[in-house]
Structures are given as C-alpha cells and as structure tokens.
Design a protein around this ligand. Structure first.
Ligand code: SAM
Ligand code: DTB
Ligand code: SF4
Length: 329
C-alpha cells in the first residue's frame, strides 16, 4: 500500500511537503486505514471531546477576513454587541456544562484585545474554570505579555488559526500577515498555554494549499493540542458567499491527513457540520476526528442542535470524553 515508511502514529515534526502530498494521493481506503492506526495508538476511537463556543464580543471587527460575517467591511446584517458581562458569560458556561460540554471557548471579534478588555476576559477565564470546565479563548493577535496574563488567569487553550496555506493567505486576508499569525502562536506557546490552531477548507484553495496548511501546522515546534478543521460557512454578504463547494471526500481526506501528521492532537470537526449528513460526519470520525463544537450556535452562525448530536453519538456508539483532571476547580 503506502510508499511512506513512517509507522502510523509516530510523532514527527520533520514532515516534508512531498510526504504530506503523498498522503493526499493515497487511495481513500489506505489513507483511512493509516489514520485509524494512528488514531487508535493515541486515543480511544469511540470518545469525542466536546467544546461549546460563545461569542463574547460580536461584530464590527476592523479586519478583512473574507470568510467572516463579523468584519465591519461586509454587510452581513449582523448586529454588533459589546463585550458581555462576566456574570452572563458564567451563566452560559454553566448551561454548556449542564448540556455535557467539557471545554468552553470564548471568542471576540477583535484584531487584538485592548488591555482593559483583557482584564475583563481574565475574570471570565477564572470564573469559567471554577466551574470545572477547560477554558479556551480566541481574541485575535496577542503580545507575549498578554499571553502571559491569560496564562496567569488559568487559560487552558488559545485558538488562533492560520486559516489556509501561506500561498493562498493573501487572497483571504490583507490586514494581517501569515507571519503575524505565527508570531501569536509563538507567544501563546511560550506562555505555556495549549495551542488550538487549524484552518478553513472550501475557500477556493487547491489541494496543494490544503497540504501546505497541514504541513505548516505539523512542522510547528510543537503540534497544536487541538486542530480545528472548519468547512467554510458561506455567509451572505461576505466575499466568499459564492465559493465553490468542497468535494466532501476531500474534506474527509484532510481530517485523515491531519490525524496522521499530528497523531496526539484533538482534530476537531468544526464549522460546517450543519450542512453535513450524519454519514459524512461518521466518515470524519472514522478518519480520526475526535472533537466537535457542541450547542446550537458556533459564534454567529448555526450548529447542529444538541438532540441531533446526541442521537448521532448514540448511533455510532460514541461517548463524550471526560474533562481532564487538571480542569477542575
Ligand atoms: N477575531 C479573532 C481571530 O480572528 O483570531 C477570533 C475569532 S475568529 C471568528 C476565529 C476563527 O473562526 C477564524 O480564524 C476562522 O478560522 C473561523 N471562522 C470565522 N468565520 C468562519 C466561517 N464563515 N466559516 C468557517 N470558519 C470561520
Ligand atoms: C474555529 O476554528 N472555529 C470556530 C472557533 N475556532 C472560534 C469559529 C467558527 C465560526 C463560524 C462562523 C460563525 O459562527 O461566526
Ligand atoms: Fe475579525 Fe476574527 Fe472575523 Fe477576522 S476572523 S474579521 S479577525 S472576527
């Protein structure tokens, strides 16, 4: 079968781009078999981690990310909302925990946080952590000092996506560079916060771009702890609203390649599940996805309702992963 000598499940940081392209070129069954081997070496394949998202500050973002309904540059009809009150965020985290989430991710439509906003967010992190939930935040670019402040507050994960390949990046975002993203990831890593970093598929990129994006992630000094793979949610009013749909099996291939390249990461089947059949999601779990966003909303767009996800888990014999011990208050 494969011409790739590395035993599946090996943790490597020296993948070549040719090797990554070689994985994409494998027959589908061989690729999924290899992904399954890697997955089963490091994880219980019948457990999936569940994270719930909350938009703590919505809309009016100065950046020009072409996929994003929250950019002030595109008329998507979204109502802007100021930074939420700490008590309201804690109430939503409590509900997420009751519904079965183990990680709570707070997202803000900022280019980067102002220090006065960060003071409020650190209070949110402390209070959400007291509920026994893992905490995650996605607030835009961070300086090393801001990352250290979040670490001090007990933040477990910071989400900051590279979004696409370095080559395709300029087609999608012009207001900050690919290197800016890598710099923030470095600040987060150096502060000792777990990195959550992935991208979006279906933004007009080629397979070579998808390979290059995963290659960048897999050759970071440390693999991200979580790798969200999003399918573009085409929001009317954004420049990408009419993007050609991605071939579903190509999405599954990306999940499998991410699993093989970063075998110890939680690979998250992220945005776009509303448009996916249960069978497509089952294929993604077979390919090594072991995390989802759970709850009716992502940040501003829809997500499958809890009943549908619980029914799917039941049909597939999947159980939600327990929260790690260190997340307890
Ligand atoms: N403003 C911060 C930033 O961009 O770093 C944090 C929030 S931002 C909404 C977080 C991530 O959501 C983006 O990096 C992008 O990968 C993802 N995202 C945003 N809009 C999306 C869409 N329409 N479809 C899929 N993913 C999307
Ligand atoms: C990630 O990779 N996907 C999430 C989370 N990280 C922050 C966001 C998806 C957003 C989809 C569009 C929306 O709901 O606004
Ligand atoms: Fe702003 Fe983040 Fe949306 Fe880009 S992805 S426009 S930075 S909220």
């Amino acid at each position: 079968m494969s011409s790739i000598p590395t035993p599946p499940g090996s943790v490597r940081h020296d993948w070549s781009l040719d090797e990554v392209r070689g994985l994409f070129a494998l027959p589908f069954a061989d690729l999924l078999f290899m992904a399954q081997q890697a997955h089963r070496m490091h994880f219980d394949p019948n457990r999936v981690q569940v994270s719930t998202l909350l938009s703590i500050k919505t809309g009016a973002c100065p950046e020009d990310c072409a996929y994003c309904p929250q950019s002030i540059r595109y008329d998507t009809g979204l109502e802007r909302e100021e930074l939420m009150a700490v008590e309201d965020v804690v109430g939503r985290a409590h509900k997420a925990r009751e519904a079965g989430a183990t990680r709570f991710c707070m997202g803000a439509a900022w280019r980067s946080p102002k220090d006065r906003d960060l003071r409020v967010v650190t209070e949110m992190v402390r209070r959400v952590r007291e509920l026994g939930l893992e905490t995650c935040a996605t607030l835009g670019m961070l300086t090393p000092a801001q990352a250290a402040t979040l670490k001090e507050a007990g933040l477990d994960y910071y989400n900051h996506n590279i979004d696409t390949s370095e080559g395709h990046y300029g087609e999608i975002i012009t207001t900050r560079s690919f290197q800016d993203r890598l710099d923030t990831l470095e600040a987060v890593r150096n502060a000792g916060i777990n990195v959550c970093c992935g991208g979006i598929l279906g933004m007009g990129e080629q397979e070579a771009d998808r390979a290059a994006m995963l290659h960048t992630l897999a050759t970071l000094p440390e693999h991200p702890g979580s790798v969200p793979i999003n399918q573009l949610v085409k929001v009317p009013g954004t420049p990408l609203e009419d993007s050609a749909p991605l071939e579903p099996l190509e999405f599954v291939r990306c999940i499998a390649v991410a699993r093989i390249l970063m075998p110890r990461a939680h690979v998250r089947l992220s945005a776009g599940r509303t448009e996916m059949s249960d069978e497509m999601q089952a294929l993604c779990f077979l390919a090594g996805a072991n995390s989802i966003f759970y709850g009716e909303k992502l940040l501003t767009t829809g997500n499958p309702d809890v009943e549908r996800d619980l029914a799917l888990f039941g049909r597939l014999g999947i159980a939600a992963e327990d929260p790690p011990v260190h997340a307890s208050a």
